[in-house]
Design a protein around this ligand. Structure first.
Ligand SMILES: [Zn+2]
Length: 108
C-alpha cells in the first residue's frame, strides 16, 4: 500500500501510481506504508459495516419523521419518536467512532 502525502489517498499496488488519482500529485509524493497497512486492512470490514448501518439509520430517520408527521395516535407517535432518537444518537456515535479510527490510522 502507498499513501499520498499530499491528500492521504491510499493506493494498493506493487508500485506507487504515476500520479495521485485524487489530487494529481506525482509518484514521488507517495510513501510506502509499513505497520499502518495492517491496521488499515484489519479495520476495513468494521468501517464498512458502520457505513452500511449509518445508511440504514438515515432511512429509519426518514421513516420515523414521516410517522411523526402522520400523527395517527399517541402510541404510534411515541414509537416513531423513539426511533428518531435512536437513529440520531447512533449515527452520532458512529461518526465519533469513525473519527477515532481515522486519527488512529484505522482508515484507508
Ligand atoms: Zn493525492
Amino acid at each position: 500500500m502507498w499513501k499520498c502525502s499530499v491528500c492521504g489517498y491510499v493506493f494498493e499496488g506493487v508500485e506507487a501510481p504515476d500520479k495521485c488519482p485524487k489530487c494529481g500529485a506525482p509518484k514521488e509524493k507517495f510513501t510506502k506504508l509499513g505497520e499502518e497497512e495492517k491496521l488499515i486492512t484489519r479495520s476495513r470490514l468494521t468501517n464498512s459495516l458502520h457505513i452500511e448501518a449509518f445508511t440504514l439509520l438515515q432511512r429509519l430517520l426518514e421513516i420515523a419523521e414521516k410517522g411523526i408527521q402522520d400523527n395517527l395516535d399517541p402510541p404510534c407517535v411515541k414509537i416513531f419518536s423513539e426511533e428518531k432518537e435512536f437513529a440520531i444518537t447512533t449515527m452520532q456515535k458512529i461518526k465519533a467512532e469513525l473519527e477515532t479510527h481515522m486519527k488512529k490510522g484505522k482508515w484507508g
